[in-house]
Design a protein around this ligand. Structure first.
Ligand SMILES: Cc1cc2nc3c(=O)[nH]c(=O)nc-3n(C[C@H](O)[C@H](O)[C@H](O)COP(=O)(O)OP(=O)(O)OC[C@H]3O[C@@H](n4cnc5c(N)ncnc54)[C@H](O)[C@@H]3O)c2cc1C
Length: 287
């Protein structure tokens, strides 16, 4: 069990910004991140609206943030928080690897990918990915498919077509108009489909899907799940809106004493890098 003044769940730009402010106040602060520092920003090819940068790619921006975290000596723990007790006075966060206790908590978990809900997560890192920009290069000159709903995967398909040999979009909705207008010979678009299962042993070798009531198979080396994002806040017993976004006051305070929420996970009007940083600064100054 590890004890801190403040634990920040999530190492996206909101969480890292909070850490900068908390650490500069000499707080014993840790970021707990389940994947990689940078969060959503890692997926962005070009950012044009981050103040001071006319144009910057997401990976470079994330590296600038994490360099600052490193220089300040913020502890970064790679773990996934799976349950929480947010009562007073100390809060307990249970992760897959360890348990953490903190006087205050900043929730900076962003939004989560919508899963296809079949067996896709058994193949994470073995051919299934949620991020085309991050992982396209692993599938250079190989066929891949994109699981999509009402066009949600078309952007990913274009990114993948730059490096992969063939990209098949399996969309749940009706994309016949897009399919007709598509001029990229590497991209095929199938409508009214539903993923049944990802096939393979050690790694992906294809998918099974339904179309017009028939089960079909497609051979491919990579499967990109691109069904959009949602607020995933079920591990927090806290006040939320009907879509699951955490409700805060203007100081990022939630309905629980000593618990703050910042960035995309909170109810707000504008979900952007600069507003996540602003939220983080406020919470980091008060935690
Ligand atoms: C397609 C797209 C394009 C965009 N373009 C722009 C743009 O051009 N300019 C702009 O300003 N904004 C843009 N945005 C929005 C911007 O990316 C987000 O507002 C911002 O990155 C949110 O930061 P965050 O820190 O709140 O969350 P995130 O960046 O999502 O970070 C959350 C982190 O928490 C981690 N995490 C989640 N749950 C747990 C857990 N249980 N345990 C441990 N760790 C956990 C995740 O792994 C992740 O690293 C775009 C967003 C999208 C989807």
């Amino acid at each position: 069990m590890k004890t801190f003044d403040c634990v920040i769940i999530g190492g996206g730009v909101g969480g890292m910004s909070a850490a900068v402010y908390a650490k500069r106040r000499n707080k014993n602060v840790a970021i707990i991140e389940k994947f990689s520092l940078g969060g959503e920003v890692l997926e962005l090819q070009k950012i044009h609206n981050f103040p001071s940068q006319a144009e910057i790619d997401g990976i470079t921006l994330a590296q600038l943030f994490s360099k600052q975290i490193d220089a300040l000596g913020v502890e970064v723990i790679y773990d996934e928080i799976t349950s929480t007790k947010l009562g007073e006075p100390d809060k307990t966060l249970v992760g897959k690897k360890d348990t953490y206790v903190a006087k205050s908590v900043i929730i900076a978990c962003g939004m989560s990918y919508i899963e296809a809900g079949v067996n896709e997560n058994d193949f994470l890192g073995k051919g299934v990915s949620y991020c085309a920009v991050c992982d396209a290069n692993f599938f250079k000159n190989k066929p891949v498919c994109v699981i999509s709903k009402d066009g949600s995967g078309l952007k990913a398909a274009n990114v993948l077509a730059e490096v992969c040999s063939e990209v098949t979009v399996l969309d749940e909705g009706d994309l016949q108009l897009f399919a007709k207008a598509n001029t990229n010979k590497k991209i095929k678009i199938y409508s009214q489909t539903k993923l049944v299962k990802v096939r393979g042993n050690e790694k992906v070798d294809g998918v099974e899907y339904t179309q017009n009531g028939k089960i079909k198979t497609l051979e491919c080396d990579g499967v990109f799940i691109s069904l959009g994002r949602k607020a995933k806040t079920d591990i927090f017993d806290i006040k939320k809106d009907e879509q699951g976004f955490i409700i805060t006051d203007e100081n990022m305070r939630t309905s629980r004493y000593g618990v703050f929420a910042v960035g995309d996970i909170r109810k707000k009007n504008l979900r952007q890098i600069v507003t996540a940083c602003s939220d983080g600064a406020i919470a980091g100054q008060l935690c």
